[in-house]
Design a protein around this ligand. Structure first.
Ligand code: IMP
Length: 191
C-alpha cells in the first residue's frame, strides 16, 4: 500500500518509516511534487491535521495522512500547545522556541508537560483521527543531539534522558507520535 504523509518535515518522515512494517510505503510531499506550504490555520491540533490531509487529498488525489503536534506545559497554562511551531515568533527556529520555554520556566518547580499528536487519515475520502500523548518534564538545560524540535528539553516520565538522547526507535516506542502511529497502523492493517 502506498500512502502520502503530508509533511515537509524530514525528521517526522524518517521517524515514521522506522516504525513501519513492510507492505506500507510512505511517500513524502516531494514524491508527489507538492512543493507548497500546507495550510495550517486552525486553533486546534485536530483541525490542523485534518486541514493538511484534506489539502493533499483534494488537490493531489492521494490517500494520505497528516499530523499536528503540540507541547502543552502545565505551568504555562498549556502553552505553547497548537502554537508550538512558532512559539518564539513567525521566523523563529527550534533553538528560539526552546529558549523561550526555558526562560519562561526559569525558577519554576513544576516542569510537567505533555506532548500530543493528532493524525488525520483520509482513505478514499473517508476521514479518521488517531491521537497519542506522552507525559514528561521540561529540563533546565538542553541535552542530546538526536531528534528535532523540543526534543533536547523533554524527558518522558520514567526515563532519565531526553528524547534527543534516544534513537528514533527508542523514542518511537514511547512518544506521542509513536503511539498515534501505532493506532494508525492497527487501523490500516484491519482495513
Ligand atoms: P508540527 O506538528 O510540525 O506543527 O509541530 C509543531 C511544533 O512542535 C514544531 O516546533 C515541532 O518542531 C515540534 N514538534 C513536533 N513533534 C515533535 C517531537 O516529536 N519532538 C519535539 N518537538 C516536536
Amino acid at each position: 500500500m502506498q500512502i502520502v504523509f503530508a509533511t515537509n518535515n524530514l525528521n517526522k518522515l524518517s521517524e515514521i518509516r522506522a516504525l513501519l512494517p513492510s507492505g506500507i510505503e510512505i511517500l513524502g510531499l516531494k514524491d508527489i511534487n507538492c512543493k507548497e506550504e500546507l495550510p495550517e490555520t486552525h486553533p486546534t491540533l485536530e483541525g490542523n491535521a485534518l486541514q493538511k490531509a484534506r489539502y493533499v487529498f483534494e488537490n493531489y488525489g492521494f490517500n494520505c495522512f497528516a499530523d499536528d503536534t503540540g507541547l502543552e506545559i502545565d505551568a504555562l497554562g498549556g502553552e505553547p500547545g497548537v502554537y508550538s511551531a512558532r512559539y518564539a515568533g513567525e521566523y523563529c527556529n527550534a533553538e528560539d522556541n526552546m529558549q523561550k520555554v526555558l526562560d519562561k520556566l526559569h525558577g519554576t518547580q513544576n516542569r510537567t508537560a505533555n506532548f500530543k499528536t493528532v493524525i488525520a487519515l483520509i482513505i478514499d475520502g473517508v476521514e479518521n483521527l488517531f491521537q497519542g500523548e506522552c507525559k514528561g518534564d521540561i529540563t533546565n538545560i538542553r541535552c542530546g543531539a538526536e531528534g528535532f524540535g523540543y526534543d533536547p528539553i523533554f524527558i518522558p516520565h520514567t526515563f532519565d534522558k531526553t528524547f534527543a538522547e534516544m534513537t528514533k526507535q527508542e523514542k518511537g516506542l514511547i512518544s506521542h507520535r509513536g503511539k498515534a502511529v501505532k493506532k494508525l497502523l492497527e487501523f490500516l492493517s484491519t482495513d
